[in-house]
Design a protein around this ligand. Sequence first.
Ligand code: UDX
Length: 419
Amino acid sequence: MDIDAEKVARLKKGDVPIYEPGLSPIVTKNFAAAQLDFTTDPVAAILHGELIFIAVGTPPGEDGSADLSYVLEVAGTIGRHLGDYAVVVNKSTVPVGTAGLVRAKIKEQLDLRGVEIAFDVASNPEFLKEGNAIEDCMRPDRIVVGSSSSRAIEILRKLYAPFNRNHERLVVMDECSAELTKYAANAMLATKISFMNEIANIAEKVGADVELVRQGIGSDPRIGFQFIYPGAGYGGSCFPKDVKALGRLAKSKGYNARLLSSVEEVNEDQKRKLFSYIEKHFSGDLNGKTIAVWGLAFKPDTDDMREASSRSLIDSLIAAGAKVRAFDPEAIPEAKRIYRGSSEQLHFADNAYEALQNADALAIVTEWKIFRSPNFKQLADLLKHRVVFDGRNIYDPKEVEAAGIAYFGVGRGRSLDGN
Ligand code: UDX
């Protein structure tokens, strides 16, 4: 159920409104088999099942704390229409204590109706990654379910049984711990990235190559290779919002979460990194320069540009008087929506090489596969200033330089920020 009638109408036609590999065929197949339906009618949705998932957005409010108005609105609607026992499950990433607020909201509406209907509230946070959502959902490494009701836990256990065959993946806990688990997971991952970006910044100062350091530390299983890729900073709908919200939550309880503030601060700086390299390379004068930007999405395999590093780069380049020619395999419609179409200063190219026409330099912001092995000779011919700023360290500096192109990666010992 969604209040967006246009979205529901599109879904009913098998037209999935977001880009997520593998999602469309699943939706189409299950819709055709009448195992999946879409509606704008909350009553139909609420009366349909024993389990009701709340999966609405929790955008950051002005002070960075999670805005719960959509979650609580849904809870109120559930209370107004609930007909029989149901488990109301929070899928949305919500601050610790939200399960209690949802319970109170539903109860308030039931009381207003003067009816007594049993229900339980559970927290079941989602750990999927955009671009890999189907795989993460079908083969989860853990399923966290939090509820103080054993009846609710049993129903959720039954629901997840098909995903829980070979070994126990269910981690059962109270609502409050489940809510904190989600924030802790995202904050930990964001911390790994900011930590590595900090090492990259130190590497630049001392003339080391962070890519070698990454390989050197990742082989220690206590550290691991995942989420230690330095670059132009993390974006997306989760990390920036959740690190902020967890910090706010701690503060509201009288605890100053210093590490989280630093994680955020390092990331904000990192998002400005590519611009500062480009600005320094052109001695502070970007007026009239044309910069090609490869990658707009906050990461590959998605068209999502929320908190994307490309946005801060494009905004800074435009503010400095530069022209931008941008290409992304999926996110151009989204970029056109955000920037209200092309302008004199911002052109959206039809392909990667078209973005290079008349460009002085190339900046890589998203590590899409198609950007990984370009024809460097062709690149050298097209780029007026023959310089590449690699915000995701996807190239071998030697290979780029062999084609006569200057190369600047993040933390690779040859940065303009360093020696
Ligand atoms: C994240 C969590 O991974 C997922 O478990 C949670 O459910 C939602 O938030 P997502 O936002 O889809 O998923 O993307 P993710 O793959 O985690 O990447 C987030 C950002 O971090 C991207 O901008 C990516 O470029 C950046 N990143 C990731 C790095 O800069 N370095 C890394 O090593 C890994």
